[in-house]
Design a binder for this molecule. Structure first.
Ligand code: ZN
Length: 166
């Protein structure tokens, strides 16, 4: 296990294992941690892809905390207390809301195809930048195909579209 950081200070735990990886996956992000296949251990490109997902996760979680604070400010009997982002989060006493904040990114990712598509395009873009220019064209083609076929997206997210967006 090792620790990487995104936005300089936010930790991401890196585990090397085949656990929870589908056969076509080299790695998988779970927000604040990721699992990388031991055979892909030395791939900077795969690491870059998964770290992008961690950045997305933390951005989403922060957005969730802010929304929760606004929600608390509007509906709380102690608006001053809840108006402060951190206090709103710590004192909300609503486990359901904590769950919503922690699970904000997975919820959007799993339920909104457009969101999933955009997040993967961003992650594959980061991955592509790690390849030598000579390899990049072939990999772009490969990734466009993976995006169109492996992420259970509606038919309108074609390989051609993904290629254009990468
Ligand atoms: Zn991805």
């Amino acid at each position: 296990m090792k620790i990487k950081f995104v936005f300089k200070i936010l930790p991401v735990l890196v585990f090397y294992s085949d656990f929870l990886l589908k056969t076509w996956m080299g790695a998988r992000s779970f927000g604040f941690f990721m699992i990388i296949r031991p055979t892909a251990r030395s791939s900077d490109a795969i690491m870059a892809h998964e770290l992008e997902h961690s950045r997305q996760y933390y951005l989403c979680t922060t957005t969730g905390v802010i929304l929760l604070a606004i929600f608390g400010f509007i509906f709380s009997h102690e608006p001053l207390l809840y108006g402060l982002v951190i206090f709103g989060f710590i004192f909300s006493h609503e486990p359901l809301l904590y769950g919503l904040v922690i699970g904000f990114f997975p919820l959007l990712y799993l339920t909104i195809p457009r969101f999933r598509y955009d997040m993967e395009v961003a992650a594959y873009k980061e991955q592509l930048r790690r390849y030598e220019p000579a390899q990049r064209e072939a990999m772009k083609n490969h990734f466009a195909n993976i995006i169109a076929t492996k992420y259970k997206l509606p038919a309108k997210y074609t390989k051609e579209r993904a290629y254009g967006d990468l």
